[in-house]
Design a binder for this molecule. Structure first.
Ligand code: ARG
Length: 366
């Protein structure tokens, strides 16, 4: 297959972007300018307007996301001028604050200059994980990054819910910077159930905003390696997965016991009953805490609206069925009952290789 050149990728994106923005009259001149820029510098720089629309298209094209109805609301924080550790830290903290917005979560993306900033956190806010005396504490997903933080001098109380520090480099070759997130910036929600006070005794909680920081944003041939972005949570992400997966917090047996559900017999459906009440508790707790969260039935309805909007706009809806169906009662949503074409359109977000894989040079290990 022939390699698509940067000019070609730029052309396709700029044409689509300008069409959607009703700016086709400016297209020819902008393309000429970009071609010139690529000839002399081997790259080109998006205008803020192109970037602001490109990130929205990337969200709209992301096959795994059920929340895409709101793609037009994504707010861009253009941090391409941030180059020092102080500036990058300030931008990351600003994102946490602006995205959280006191609980009225705003879908937000912060975009750094391509090829500069490297963020090591999987999400800006994430709980640490440790193995102490052979026992897992906290989030097992975070065991590697937690070890790295500890080697860099990070100290914690080793609870199940220690918020990891930010870990980043201002460019590939510079040392790792580690910065605690001031705790007033980290909104969290304690999980309680109105009908089962005993659930509170498990001291479960979760943070308000998932801010994905380990994906690469690709727009018009340009790769933005550091582009933390957030939406709001769907309840099942926490109540059917994070707190429950055996490879995560693995709390279902303890939850069932707190709810007074007998866990001996599979066919008495203790797992399903516990999951249902935990899902109810998480949604109720976020509501009481005034932190935005969507339930999976509403999210599916919103996705149906997205699908019909896209048809109206003459765009094909692509999707990854296995990701779009919620992990709770999937067959009660329309998504379960139809196929989706899992083809990849750009702009889009892509996974990066984990920075913890062996081939990756860890600046701390030398
Ligand atoms: N599933 C991930 C988590 O539980 C978050 C993924 C993004 N979710 C979202 N609602 N935007 O942390």
């Amino acid at each position: 297959m022939m390699k698509v050149t940067l000019v070609e990728e730029a052309r396709v994106f700029i044409a689509e972007c300008y069409k959607e923005l009703n700016k086709t009259s400016a297209l020819a001149q902008r393309l000429k300018q970009i071609e010139c820029e690529i000839k002399t510098t081997h790259t080109y720089k998006h205008t803020e307007e192109e970037l602001a629309h490109g990130v929205k298209m990337a969200w709209r094209n992301n096959n795994r996301c059920i929340g895409r109805l709101f793609w037009q609301q994504l707010q861009l924080i253009d941090a391409r001028s941030a180059t020092t550790a102080v500036e990058v830290e300030a931008a990351l903290l600003h994102h946490i604050e602006a995205g959280t917005n006191g609980g009225a979560i705003r879908p937000t993306i912060t975009v750094f200059e391509p090829g500069r900033v490297r963020i090591w956190n999987e999400q800006l806010i994430r709980y640490a994980g440790y193995i102490v005396d052979g026992k897992q504490i906290g989030d097992p997903l975070s065991n590697d990054i937690t070890k790295l933080c500890q080697r860099l001098g990070w100290q914690s109380n080793k609870t199940d819910f220690d918020v990891l520090p930010l870990l980043f480099q201002v460019d590939e070759h510079s040392p790792l910077c580690m910065r605690d997130i001031p705790s007033p910036l980290v909104k969290e929600v304690t999980i309680t159930h109105p009908d089962y006070p005993k659930l509170a005794e498990l001291s479960l909680k979760w943070y308000a905003v998932p801010i994905i920081a380990n994906m690469r944003l690709s727009i018009g041939g340009i790769s933005y390696e550091a582009c933390p972005f957030n939406g709001w949570y769907m309840g099942t992400e926490i109540a059917s997965r994070n707190l429950v997966d055996t490879a995560r917090y693995n709390k279902l047996p303890a939850i069932a016991t707190a709810l007074g559900i007998e866990t001996r017999k599979n066919r008495e459906l203790w797992q399903d009953r516990a999951l249902l009440e935990l899902n109810y508790a998480v949604l109720d707790s976020y509501k009481r805490a005034k932190v935005q969260m969507v339930d999976h039935h509403t999210a599916a309805k919103q996705f149906a609206q997205f699908e019909s909007n896209e048809v109206e706009a003459h765009r094909e809806v692509t999707g990854n069925w296995a990701w779009l169906i919620p992990p709770m009662s999937p067959a009660s949503t329309h998504i379960f009952h139809q196929p989706y074409a899992n083809t990849t359109k750009t702009p889009n977000f892509f996974y990066k290789k984990s920075l913890f894989e062996k081939e990756n040079h860890c600046p701390f290990q030398q």
